[in-house]
Structure formats: C-alpha cells, structure tokens
Design a protein around this ligand. Structure first.
Ligand SMILES: COc1ccc(C2=NN(C(C)C)C(=O)[C@@H]3CC=CC[C@H]23)cc1C#CC(=O)NCc1ccccc1
Ligand SMILES: [Mg+2]
Ligand SMILES: [Zn+2]
Length: 366
C-alpha cells in the first residue's frame, strides 16, 4: 500500500544518501559524520572503517576476510561508550582525518602497507571504552584503571589493551594472517601511536616536528623530506598524524566544529558535576556554572591546537593549507563571538569585568 511504499522509498533514499556520504570519506576533509551516524543506525565507525580499509586494499593485501574485519570493528564500535564527545563518532572522525592526511603528497611512497594499516587501526581504536573523564580525574579518584596503569597514560593504556584483547573474541582476529615479524612490528606501532594521543606528550610532538622541519630546511634534498628508510622518523610522523587528527576539531567546517565544542564541554561539565558531588576541587573548564566557552576555545586554539598544526602544516605543505585556512576562519568567528559576549556583558556592567559571567550568552555559538 502507499504507506509501505513511502516507507521503503524513504529507506532506499537514506541508504543512497549514506552510500554517497561514505564514498565522500575517500577524499573529502570535513565529512558530516553526525549525518553518517544518523543514517547508519549509529554505526559510523563500522561503515567508514570497512569502506576505507577496502578502498585502500588493506584487507586484500593482508588476506584479511571481510567478515573477520567486520566482526572486529563492530566489536570495537560496541565498546565505545555513549559519551557526549569521546564516542564512536569521534573515533570515526579521527580515522577519517588520519586517512585524509596519509594521502598528502609529501607522504607519497613513504609508508609501507603495514604502517598504513597500523596507523588507521590505531586511529579507529584510540579511545575505545573511554569513560568520559580525564586521566587526572582517574588518578585523583584512585580508580582501578589508575592503579592498574600506575597513573601513567591511564586511558591510553586501557584503549590499546582493550583493542588487542578484542582480537581474541571469536572470529575477530584480523591479525591472524600476519607473519610473526609483521605482527610484532604492527603491535609496536599501534601501541606507540595510541599512547602518543595522551595530551601529556603534546609538547614532545611539537619538538620532534620542529626538528624534522629544521633538518628538511637545512638538508639540500628538500624534495624527499622523509627518509623512507628511517623507521623511527616514520613512526614519529604517524604518531603526530593521529595526534593532529585527534586535535582537528577547530580545523573542520564551523557547523561541525561547534558541535564538537558543545560535546566536549558537556563531557567536561559532567566531570565537574562528579567532582562537585565527590567534594573534589572542580577541574579547570569543568565548572558548568562558571565557564566561558568562546574564551576557552580561543585559548584551546591559540595555546594547544595552532602551535601543533602550524609546525605540522610546514612539514606537510602544500596539502595542509586549505585545512589551515579553515582554522583561521573559525578563529575569526570565535573571536567575533567573544567580542559580542563582552559587548553584551558590558551592557550590564557590574564593575567587575574580569569575572567570567555565567555562559548564558554562549547559546549564541550553538
Ligand atoms: C573542541 O574542543 C576541544 C576538543 C578536545 C579537547 C581535549 N582537551 N584535552 C586537554 C587539553 C584538556 C584532552 O586531553 C582531550 C583528550 C585528547 C585530546 C584533546 C582533548 C579540548 C577541547 C576544548 C576546549 C575548550 O574550549 N577549552 C579547553 C581548553 C582551553 C585552553 C587550553 C586547553 C583546553
Ligand atoms: Mg584519547
Ligand atoms: Zn581522541
């Protein structure tokens, strides 16, 4: 009947739209993964990972059965929690950004298939089972995870361990066709890339990249920036590539960036709520009652994101320029909101300008 036909047509159109969106992950920066999440019955990671691994011919190269990969990535996706920010959509976002940047011309003929496999695998699993609180919170609350990992990169150690444990789930061993040497190298690379997403390593990333750019500038062979024979350098680049992807929200189209900002702040605020209920000191940025989202996003861009991406873009020129342009335009927009916020607050000037008023005006950036 008509209703049934209408329903089927709608379903068909959704699947066609989903297929087009997933196809665009091949070569587009800033795919709307919230849309992919909505159209894929909340399985964006499985859909995008399967597509990208097939598109890169990784499954064929390592004789990995599609069903095995499907079972593994589905099991991983199911272990991502429904946090506002650290969820399966974020994992898909980091995977797709990493895939995009591996295609930069400066990396042509640099990485082996195994290195590409390891980097994308690491991106897909890098936050699995994230509890929605920071390492510091886990340490301050004497959590089992902090005890287990002795306060050192607690979350990141947990993500890697759980990823490799998932391989031993029935029918999920995507590494079964690797030989001993490949398996050993793959495991070393995935462990180091996921552990390198700990923000406490952020400054080290910037240092390594600066050194690499300096050497490129000084060395006569400016063209071949990365020595494909230097496994250590290549591993450091893969670590920075996934870390940059993890910090790529402010370099995405504004409507996507603002959704990520809302989400991370809600996750921080929930942690603040927990800290209040436990009579712990509320972490910076986590106080729902006293936060200024636009001002702190300016700080996040100026002190965390831009310093990293500025040096990364110098290493990866010219392909990074369009992405850096998005960061610049987003920063201008955020700055305009801060001004609007200040203007509005000046209206009801209570003589105490530096006090961060409640973020009622922050609805503006939603
Ligand atoms: C889309 O926004 C965000 C997206 C992500 C993060 C993350 N922060 N951190 C640390 C830096 C607290 C993490 O370890 C998270 C886990 C791994 C990577 C980055 C994650 C923060 C923000 C923010 C913000 C925001 O408005 N002011 C917060 C802020 C302001 C100035 C300086 C630092 C933070
Ligand atoms: Mg993480
Ligand atoms: Zn992450």
């Amino acid at each position: 009947n008509d209703v049934e036909r209408l329903r089927l047509t709608r379903k068909l159109n959704m699947n066609i739209f989903l297929a087009q969106l997933i196809e665009s992950t091949n070569d587009t920066w800033g795919v709307d993964l919230f849309e992919v999440d909505a159209l894929s019955n909340h399985r964006p990671l499985t859909h995008v990972a399967l597509h990208l691994f097939k598109q890169r011919n990784i499954l064929k190269q390592f004789q990995i059965r599609e069903l095995t990969f499907f079972k593994f990535i589905s099991a991983i996706e199911a272990k991502y929690r429904n946090n506002p920010y650290h969820n399966n959509i974020h994992a898909t976002d980091v995977l797709q950004a990493s895939h995009h940047m591996l295609n930069f011309s400066v990396f042509k003929n640099v990485f082996t298939e195994l290195e590409v496999f390891a980097a994308l695998f690491a991106a897909a699993v890098h936050d699995v089972d994230h509890p929605g609180v920071t390492n510091q919170y886990l340490i301050n609350t004497n959590s089992d995870l902090a005890i287990l990992y002795n306060d050192e990169s607690v979350l990141e150690n947990h993500h890697v361990t759980l990823a490799f444990q998932t391989l031993s789930t029935e029918g999920c061993d995507v590494l079964s066709t690797l030989n001993r040497k490949q398996h050993q190298m793959f495991r070393k690379m995935v462990i180091s890339v996921v552990l390198a997403t700990d923000m406490s390593k952020h400054i080290q990333h910037i240092g390594h990249l600066k050194t690499m750019v300096e050497i490129r500038r000084l060395s006569s062979s400016a063209s071949s920036i990365i020595d494909p024979e230097n496994a250590e350098d290549k591993l450091q680049i893969l670590q920075s590539l996934v870390h940059c992807s993890d910090l790529s929200n402010p370099l995405k189209p504004l409507n996507l960036y603002l959704q990520w900002t809302d989400r991370i702040m809600e996750e921080f605020f929930r942690q603040g709520d927990l800290e209040k209920s436990l009579n712990l000191e509320v972490s910076p940025l986590c106080d729902r009652e006293n936060s200024n989202i636009c001002k702190s996003q300016m700080g996040f861009i100026d002190y965390v994101v831009h310093p990293l991406w500025e040096i990364w873009s110098r290493l990866t020129q010219p392909d990074c320029q369009p992405i850096m342009d998005i960061l610049e335009s987003n920063r201008v927009w955020i700055a305009s909101q801060v001004l609007t916020e200040d203007d509005k607050h000046d209206g009801d000037d209570d003589g105490d300008d530096d006090k961060d008023d409640d973020d009622g005006d922050d609805d503006v950036i939603r």
